[in-house]
Design a protein around this ligand. Structure first.
Ligand SMILES: [Zn+2]
Length: 456
């Protein structure tokens, strides 16, 4: 009997040990959060940059498409016509205004990245002030998180009309993110599964390749006409019971810090006066097709060729860079950057002005950045001379430069523009000579205006 009890006890212990070794059930596998998946992701720089495309975004919402918007800055360098709050505090106020504005038309998925509002025309200063690499990583993360079929952003370029460096920088970053988010080797910590229970470093995302990239051109001249789809704003939104053009007008009213007196004028209008505003706020909208990885035409509908199926990452075919001539001078700064950027991202076929151009305030100093190259084996003297229209004067930068062999230099020509009314577009020419020959000519068209952003 005693041995029988011992056997029972032993068997009981064996059962207990076996129970301890039974694998526990596997945890459920979670799919990417569907609340974040969008059809269109708009990437812009400042709260209120959405104004020009809200009427299109509302049409998408009415078609049950999902829309999200990313702001690369808080617009904290703007005005405040509502209170004393400035700098980062103004940024918080503008975020609130923007969230109310977009919520009023049914757009709730809105994010802000860490860029600082940089009021100049120089895209390179915006990128530097934002921390280009950091904001790029943030934006690639957001593309992988929101998985857009289509990305929409400001045109990355420098031409009359589009002069805010932050707008251009948003377009630069969105183009980079379009080309990077699907690449499994880019920002790999975003694509790693958790390494521990309370993971704080690895994001657990998947690579995502958007299918199309469209730009919102903001050119004063018609250089982008016919380069993408158009849309009408006269139809009525079934969701909001308003003409589409009015959704831009209505959301704009929330941006009181920036446009208080204008908005107070809008708010005093009766219905007849509001209806007459269609001439200012309505009309046809258009985009420029930047990139498409699906079949379709340049001017076809934004969703032409798009199916629910994911597409594979498409690595870019890079063109070789052209070496500068052995002894040469080029226009530097943003103009030089965009030549390289368009080639690096396969968008050289996008329209651009017939030559470099910039608008500056009358009487302001114009900086002409130059890149000097001496890839010969001897010291060379380059002489820069400047040809200016009437009323302009040269401050510094013209004269002779001594260039060491196999070297590259930066130089600046500073010019004083006339204060008086003059022909609006003027031509500046900088000529470089060496060894008694012309080795390069830099031409820049300048439109003199009465206000606007500083060049740098
Ligand atoms: Zn803006």
């Amino acid at each position: 009997m005693k041995s029988f009890r011992l056997i029972i006890l032993f068997q009981f212990l064996v059962v207990l040990l076996a129970a301890g070794q039974t694998p526990s059930p596997t945890p459920p596998l979670l799919k990417p959060d569907d609340r974040l998946k969008v059809d269109v992701l708009l990437v812009v720089a400042h709260p209120d940059d959405e104004t020009g495309v809200v009427s299109y975004l509302v049409q998408l919402v009415d078609q049950h498409k999902r829309v999200a918007v990313i702001y690369t800055t808080h617009g904290e360098a703007g005005h405040n016509n509502m209170g004393p709050e400035r700098a980062r505090s103004l940024g918080a106020v503008r975020e609130m205004e923007l969230r109310y504005a977009l919520d009023s038309v049914g757009i709730k998925n809105v994010w802000f990245l860490g860029g600082r509002d940089t009021p100049s025309q120089n895209v390179l200063q915006s990128l530097a002030n934002w921390g280009h690499g950091q904001v790029q990583e943030e934006l690639v993360r957001m593309v992988r998180l929101t998985r857009p079929e289509v990305m929409l952003t400001w045109m990355p370029g420098f031409f009359f009309g589009e002069n805010h460096g932050d707008h251009q920088a948003a377009g630069v970053l969105a183009t980079e993110a379009f080309d990077m988010a699907g690449d499994p080797s880019v920002f790999p910590a975003q694509l790693a599964g958790p390494a521990k229970v309370n993971e704080t470093l690895l994001d657990g995302l998947q690579p995502w390749q958007p299918k199309k990239l469209y730009y919102v051109p903001d050119a004063a001249d018609d250089i982008f006409k016919g380069t993408g789809p158009t849309y009408q704003t006269s139809g009525i939104s079934p969701g909001l019971k308003l003409p589409y053009w009015r959704t831009g007008f209505e959301t704009f009213k929330y941006h009181l810090t920036q446009y208080r007196s204008y908005i107070e004028g809008l708010k005093k209008m009766d219905e007849k006066q509001v209806a007459e505003q269609e001439k200012n706020w309505g009309g046809e909208g258009s985009f420029t097709l930047g990139k498409s990885l699906v079949p379709g035409s340049v001017t076809g509908n934004v969703f032409e060729g798009i199916t629910p199926a994911r597409i594979a990452f498409v690595p870019l075919a890079r063109e070789a860079y052209q070496q500068p001539a052995a002894l040469s001078v080029e226009l530097g700064g943003p103009w030089s950057f965009y030549e390289k950027f368009r080639r690096a991202h396969g968008i050289t076929s996008l329209p651009k002005p017939s030559g470099p151009e910039i608008g500056i305030k009358r009487g302001a100093t114009l900086t002409v950045p130059l890149e000097l190259h001496n890839h010969t084996d001897s010291v060379k003297a380059i002489t820069i001379s400047v040809k200016l229209p009437d009323g302009w004067t040269t401050q510094t930068g013209a004269g002779s430069y001594s260039l060491e062999p196999q070297s590259d230099y930066f130089a600046q020509v500073l010019l004083e523009s006339p204060k008086a009314e003059t022909k609006s577009v003027q031509q500046i020419e900088c000529r470089a000579e060496a060894d008694g020959k012309t080795i390069g000519e830099v031409k820049l068209s300048v439109r003199l205006v009465n206000g606007g952003l500083p060049q740098n």
